[in-house]
Design a protein around this ligand. Structure first.
Ligand code: NAD
Ligand code: ZN
Length: 342
């Protein structure tokens, strides 16, 4: 089969012929139809310091996908050939205290699809049945392909109640934009999204931000004043990983404000702990998706009319993957889809 492989320990990915994965008795073999390019895939493509210490070479990469089941192991009874499915990209150990307690997203021995085990940028991917999610019939297949990052957005956006609240989202990348649509759908009042990239701020507006702020030339405090938000934001969703953004968020929260932090800082960030203490802020780290409460909520959000289509800005055939990565790296994209059908 064709697959995008991190074949060598240098920048790039290579389209290669590799064997179709074998499946064990508890596994499901999936014919991949469409995939989404994630920021993680870009790190692997660029071969940055994180990728160099994390990815064993060679490795088939990619973890955002939709496809259909073609074969199941002898122990698998819940999936049938033809089912339209996506995969949860975190394969957990199943044996630790958190896994046993049903808190699988807290597993400390998580393996990443397309990171630590063969991924989905391929004609076929194999996954344990515990990692397979069946979609509703009729779902848009491009939307189904991005359930993994949509899950990051939903997990973060619904960490704290947002109905009737004012929400600040720092970072209008694909995940920040999807989070804007989720909190708006879930009944937030003001949904203010910040970034330093006007192209992406436009996208955030299309996805439901009630106000977008380019923090290079607009003072967030002025915007709050204009919106009559004198006590600060109730909920903050940090989706940039940028130190200045986190500091600005901490400075803009109301007393008792709650911050869910998804953005991955590339360096240690010093923050004003006095603001955290005296303003009694909660800061919660968010990783991955809850298995499978987040997936359930995603399905329901789509069923109840949440439209993710505007965040999908580019589509390519898998043989044009280099163009897809170039667009991702340009900063002028939302989600980029690769089509794996012939
Ligand atoms: P992205 O890199 O596409 O988007 C980040 C955005 O932040 C960019 O548009 C950038 O211009 C913006 N930004 C930079 N400086 C800013 C500032 N000072 N203020 C406001 N915005 C600023 O990332 P993404 O794919 O949308 O993902 C969002 C974040 O979540 C990233 O940090 C990513 O690494 C992280 N992530 C975490 C998890 C997890 O499980 N915790 C999973 C996926 C992604
Ligand atoms: Zn575990």
């Amino acid at each position: 089969m064709k697959a995008l492989v991190k074949q060598y320990d240098r920048p790039g990915l290579w389209l290669q012929d590799v064997p179709v994965p074998d499946i064990g008795i508890n596994d499901v073999l999936i014919r991949v139809e469409r995939t989404g390019i994630c920021g993680t895939d870009v790190h692997i493509y660029q071969w940055d310091a994180w990728a160099q210490k994390t990815i064993p070479v060679p490795m088939v990469v990619g973890h955002e996908f939709v496809g259909s089941v073609v074969k199941v192991g002898s122990n698998v009874s819940d999936f049938r050939p033809g089912d339209l499915v996506s995969g949860e990209g975190h394969v957990v150990c199943g044996r630790c205290r958190n896994c046993f307690a049903g808190r699988r997203h807290y597993c400390a021995d998580t393996k990443g699809v397309g990171v630590n085990r063969p991924g989905a940028f391929a004609e076929y991917v194999a996954l344990p049945m515990t990692n397979v999610w069946i979609h509703d019939e009729g779902i848009d297949h491009d939307v189904a392909a991005i359930f993994d990052p949509f899950g990051n957005a939903v997990h973060t956006a619904l960490t704290f109640p947002v109905l009737g609240e004012d929400v600040l989202i720092t970072g209008a990348g694909p995940i920040g934009c999807m989070a804007a649509s989720v909190v708006r759908h879930a009944g937030a009042r003001h949904v203010v999204v910040t970034d330093v990239n006007p192209w992406r701020l436009d996208l955030a507006k299309q996805m439901g931000a009630t106000r977008v702020v380019d923090v290079r030339n607009t003072d967030l405090a002025d915007v709050q004043h204009e919106l009559d938000m004198h006590e600060g934001f109730d909920v903050g969703l940090e989706m940039s990983g940028n130190p200045a953004a986190l500091r600005q968020m901490i400075a803009s929260m109301c007393h008792g404000g709650k911050i869910a932090m998804l953005g991955i800082p590339s360096e240690n960030i010093a923050i004003d702990w006095n603001k955290v203490v005296f303003n009694m802020l909660t800061i919660k780290g968010v990783y991955g998706r809850e298995m499978y409460e987040t997936w359930y909520k995603m399905a329901v959000l789509v069923q109840s009319g949440l439209d993710l289509n505007p965040v999908i800005t580019h589509r390519f055939h898998y043989t044009e993957f280099e163009q897809g990565f170039d667009v991702m790296m340009s900063g002028q994209s939302g989600k980029v889809i690769l089509n794996w059908q012939q």
